[in-house]
Design a protein around this ligand. Structure first.
Ligand code: HEM
Length: 540
């Protein structure tokens, strides 16, 4: 009998305040303790005391919003192999990336952590079965081929142009009256600068781009300067109405997605049999409602596309055309689940990364100047405010600035959990039985002195030009490796190059509070909490 079966046999009405219940708990601890201690045959691996017995330690750390930092501290104290849950081992070793994530017939399956992220139905990100995933991946990988991504570029440039128009407009207002406040994104003028929090703006930008590409129309957040997007009133009603119009309302999509990531990342650390009960707790039930609203956005978008066919080139149209190896296209529900996945996977990741890039450039003025010099030399007298991919794709300093921020900020910093296959697996000289959950913590890997030298905490883009840069690229895990690596990397790369080069060519940035670190809060993603900067038009 395992622990789960045992608990199901417990009396239903135990009064936990009574002495009898306390004795019973003590009895369980004494008799189950040794079993719990070594039920996975991992007792020799160091880790926090409570993590050996229960998933609660990891769930608690995840819910507190600093999982990557906490796991990093453990590795600093206990070494490269650490037990972070009874059956979950974190391995901070660059060589482990190839074993745990890389291509090959023995590719490890994603763990049940990903079940917490299922909404509508399984999509490419949370499909765990290899054959099902390979089918979806074939269609989706084609959607994000470099050739297709170049076709998406004009749509990306529209929204970068909109944000520049907005910042130019607000700069003029700020210069005219010296202060002001608009929409949700409060701003003010002082010292000839426009002061604002760039985080919401980067969210509006990423959401409008991905809304346009994955849902067929932008949310209009940049123009409204507001976190607001249309969703179907009821997911169930909308699911029945494919091919017909469905009623929509406006909701704060950025907030909803943030809630969804935080909630799912904590839920995913818990055993599956606990999750239905935990979902009923207040914080989680709010998260469930948020997740349903997000699903409603995708339903409304796909329903609209099926109602009104179009010849526009976007992610949705490429997905609609995509065929699996049997020549089958995706049905409406599968299409909706994939479109939703692209909204989730392609919005916050890009927004957080762009925000972190602006933070580091504002915090390190000499890097900002060097980058602007490179941009000025490359762009010459070009006066179109939005750069093109062609103009900036070979700018080496721009490339290493982006790489260095992605390394340090690591918007996906936590170890992505995979399951040891049949027959078990040896990693870093240790054997792990079948079913052990293994992960490589990106945040820690990106601070490994064996790879990055003696100053891994320092923002220094020049490191990427040094002799051991091949080793750095091998350990750079921002987009993961292997068959489950980021399928949208080409798009992310194009977006970041255009966003950063356009904004840095036009404005210079200073931090509102120089010396302040970038505050973060982690769910599935490490998100900046805010990033207040003063920006000013450059004289070109
Ligand atoms: C800076 C931006 C981005 C970063 C850092 C990033 C990072 C990642 C990482 C680390 C994974 C692996 C997740 C896991 O195994 O659990 C992943 C998967 C994925 N990403 Fe990205 N991503 C970014 C942008 C995008 C964009 C723009 C899209 C598409 C619009 C996208 C779509 C996906 C999808 C669909 C998956 C699941 C792939 C699969 O399981 O086969 N990502 N991403």
């Amino acid at each position: 009998m395992d622990v789960q079966q045992l608990i199901q046999h417990l009396p239903q009405n135990v009064d936990l305040t009574s002495a009898a219940a306390a004795s019973f708990a003590a009895f369980l601890a004494v008799h189950l303790g040794p079993y719990a201690w070594d039920r996975y045959h991992l007792k020799s691996i160091p880790g926090p005391f409570w993590a050996k017995f229960s998933d609660a330690w990891l769930a608690w750390v995840a819910a507190n919003g600093h999982r990557s930092e906490e796991v990093h501290k453990l590795h600093e104290k206990l070494g490269p192999v650490v037990r972070i849950a009874p059956n979950h081992i974190s391995i901070a070793d660059p060589d482990a990336l190839q074993i745990i994530y890389a291509h090959g017939s023995n590719t490890l399956k994603k763990s049940n952590f990903y079940d917490a992220f299922v909404s509508i139905r399984r999509a490419i990100f949370n499909t765990r079965e290899k054959a099902d995933h390979a089918r979806k991946r074939k269609i989706v990988a084609n959607t994000f081929s470099q050739k297709n991504v170049i076709e998406f570029e004009p749509r990306v440039r529209i929204y970068v142009g909109q944000i520049i128009d907005q910042w130019d407009r607000l700069s003029k207002l700020a210069a005219a009256d010296g202060s002001g406040d608009e929409g949700e994104s409060g701003w003010y003028g002082k010292d000839e600068r426009l002061w604002l929090d760039v985080l919401p703006w980067m969210n509006y930008l990423a959401f409008d781009i991905i809304g346009d590409l994955a849902f067929g129309q932008p949310f209009g957040m940049i123009l409204k300067a507001k976190d607001s997007a249309p969703v179907a009133v009821s997911q169930d009603a909308a699911m029945d109405s494919y091919g017909k119009e469905c009623k929509v309302i406006e909701v704060p999509a950025v907030k909803i997605l943030n809630d969804r990531g935080d909630y799912n990342a904590t839920l995913g650390t818990m055993p599956p049999w606990v999750r239905p009960y935990v979902r009923k707790l207040p914080w989680f039930s709010q998260g469930s409602e948020a997740a349903a609203s997000v699903a409603g956005m995708a339903v409304a978008a796909v329903s609209r596309r099926l109602t009104t066919p179009t010849d526009r080139v976007d992610i949705l149209s490429k997905l609609q055309q995509g065929k699996d190896e049997n020549g089958e296209i995706m049905g409406p529900e599968e299409l909706t689940a994939e479109a939703l996945t692209h909204l989730v996977a392609g919005s916050d990741t890009t927004a957080n990364s762009s925000c972190a890039i602006i933070y580091y450039l504002a915090a390190y003025p000499h890097v900002q100047e060097k980058l602007q010099k490179e941009l000025d030399e490359a762009l010459g007298s070009e006066d179109e405010p939005v750069t093109t991919y062609e103009q900036v794709k070979r700018l080496t300093y721009l490339e290493v600035v982006i790489l260095e921020v992605l390394r340090l900020h690591s918007t996906i910093g936590l170890g992505l959990p995979r399951m040891a296959p049949e027959g078990g697996l040896t990693v870093h000289g240790t054997y792990f039985p079948e079913g052990t959950i293994l992960s490589v913590p990106t945040y820690t890997l990106h601070r490994d002195k064996r790879v990055w030298g003696d100053d891994p905490e320092i923002f220094r883009p020049e490191r990427w030009f040094e002799e051991n840069s091949a080793k750095m690229h091998k350990a750079f895990n921002t987009f993961s490796f292997g068959p489950r690596a980021c399928v949208g990397r080409n798009l992310a790369n194009l977006e970041l190059l255009i966003i950063v080069s356009s904004l840095l060519r036009r404005y210079d940035f200073v931090l509102k509070n120089p010396g302040d670190a970038l505050g973060t809060c982690e769910g599935f993603l490490r998100k900046p909490t805010d990033c207040w900067v003063g920006l000013r038009r450059r004289a070109l």
